[in-house]
Write a protein that binds this ligand. Structure first.
Ligand code: AMP
Length: 495
């Protein structure tokens, strides 16, 4: 499907890239008219056989940027006696959803070729994967944890890998996969082509790239931070306890057909999905505690339009490519401003106008300020005149306090240790389910455990950014707030 929201390369055509005819046909079938900038730059470099360091994130067309030339190279150089369970190309990704999406792209672009691909991730029965590994397989898309399980069981042989891709490398490091990646690198043949894709370049990514890549070609395309203009953004100021009512009202009132809602915690996602269902709005939650089949089913239903609301945590939603998503709602603002940009990047992706709506309690104003600083614009605060809050609110259980430290992430911080807040996804899972979604570094998994094992460092007298934000919030709370909603009874507007 053509994606006109992506800036296309103005000078280079697909014909200029000299891809094999079966790939050109698949690209034409997908409706792509011209390569995106990352494709125009990366494809020639990969075809030339060199290593590549690419700064590009989901939504830029990066998957075709590496998949198309890989398919071309593997077809151009067939190997005699290809053995089962011995891939020629390994694509490592951080999450199950991204793994499934990337492998889908491999199939889409490789549909006129005889190459075979396989996707491998944890949280599902390993036996069908073991069985699949007994057949031909040229391209393997995998999350690190399950891949190592297979290596341990000797069902997978990595000695034939000619091309390695680390996709969303920054997220893999954020999730604590560095040790797994190192173990995997040690299992690969020394002579190979390496491609590293990352949205940000922390010191840790640079170190990884230095050790991995030889004379890499370098490609960087605009960060989504600079393209948020495509998305209509607004804020509704609303107390936390009224948010679910306002959201249900917005969905019904505007007859929203497809809305991705972000919550801060998995419990919050579950509670909200239940509440919406009780309100007659079909919704499902997707996060690390859900079984893989449940996640796959919810995502498929959401994509085909049969499920109007998907409630997700940041990690679960990372890398989701859902075409023409019209609405993204931040049920809570993220602590990390960059996550806001990632979240709203799910909309406005396919030439359709996207809307990103944030429900903001006055306590969250410091987060809003940080986001506005990052995107260099103020997000308009809009009152919802048609919303009348319910007269009798049920008593609410007190909410756990938000982490107040280490909320800001900078691209030059050490990615593995930069999130000092409690993990927002993956708590309370069984260890096998957790494996592919969770930080593997125990300190990252349980910051409380770390603080109880290590002596507390004396506190700096200086105020942290977040402390400053808190005092800012206190100031805001004593200031008059923008109108939240109308005290008048609701008047239904035409749709
Ligand atoms: P990605 O950044 O790889 O997740 O791709 C984001 C979306 O862009 C996917 O839906 C692709 O189908 C689409 N896409 C990739 N390349 C092109 C292109 N050259 N023209 C239009 N859409 C594209």
């Amino acid at each position: 499907m053509s994606n006109t929201a992506i800036p296309l390369s103005t000078e280079i055509s697909f014909a200029d890239l000299k891809l094999a005819q079966p790939l050109m046909r698949a690209v034409a079938d997908a409706g792509y008219e011209r390569p995106t900038p990352v494709q125009a730059q990366a494809i020639p470099l990969v075809l030339a056989g060199g290593d590549l360091l690419a700064g590009a994130q989901t939504g830029t067309g990066k998957t075709a940027g590496f998949t198309l030339p890989i398919l071309h190279l593997l077809t151009a150089k067939p190997v005699a006696n290809q053995r089962p369970g011995r891939p020629r190309c390994l694509i490592l990704v951080p999450t199950r959803e991204l793994a499934a999406q990337v492998e889908e792209s491999v199939q889409t672009y490789g549909k006129y070729l005889s190459l075979k691909s396989m996707v491998m991730f944890g949280g599902v029965n390993i036996n069908p994967q073991i069985k699949a590994l007994r057949g031909q397989m040229d391209i393997l898309v995998a999350t690190p944890g399950r891949l190592l399980d297979h290596v341990g069981q000797k069902t997978l042989d990595l000695s034939g890998v000619e091309i390695l891709v680390l996709d969303e490398a920054d997220r893999m490091l954020d999730m604590g996969f560095i040790r797994d990646i190192k173990k995997i690198l040690a299992l690969l043949p020394k002579q190979r082509q390496n491609l590293l894709f990352s949205a940000t370049f922390s010191d840790e990514i640079k170190t990884l790239a230095d050790g991995l890549l030889h004379n890499p070609g370098y490609v960087e395309v605009a960060r989504r931070n600079s393209t948020v203009e495509l998305i209509e953004q607004s804020v509704h100021m609303v107390p936390q306890k009224l948010k679910s009512y306002l959201l249900a009202h917005l969905i019904k009132h505007h007859d929203w057909k497809q809305v991705l809602v972000f919550t801060r915690t998995k419990h919050g996602a579950n509670r909200l999905a239940e509440k919406l269902n009780a309100d007659g709005i079909p919704a499902a939650a997707i996060h690390g505690n859900k079984s893989q089949p449940a996640r796959t089913k919810a995502l498929a239903q959401f994509k085909d339009g049969s499920l109007p609301v998907l409630v997700a945590t940041d990690i679960a939603a990372r890398g989701l490519d859902i075409d023409q998503l019209p609405h993204v709602v931040n049920f809570e603002l993220p602590n990390i401003p960059e996550d806001y940009v990632h979240r709203i990047g799910r909309t406005g992706r396919a030439g359709s106008s996207g809307a990103a709506i944030s429900l903001v309690d006055s306590e969250e104003l410091p987060f809003l300020k940080s986001i506005e600083r990052l995107i260099k614009r103020e997000i308009p605060k809009v009152a919802v005149d048609s919303f009348v809050p319910p007269a009798n609110l049920p008593a609410e259980a007190p909410r756990p306090p938000r982490s107040q430290h280490g909320q800001r992430r900078h691209s030059n911080t050490t990615a593995g240790g930069n999130r000092n807040q409690p993990p927002r996804d993956g708590q309370g899972q069984n260890p096998r389910q957790k494996r592919d979604q969770q930080p593997r570094n125990p300190q990252q998994r349980d910051p409380q455990a770390r603080s109880s094992q290590q002596p507390a460092k004396p506190r700096e007298p200086q105020k942290s950014d977040d402390q400053k934000h808190l005092s800012e919030a206190a100031r805001h709370q004593s200031m008059p707030q923008p109108a939240l909603f109308s005290p008048r009874p609701a008047v239904r507007r035409g749709r």
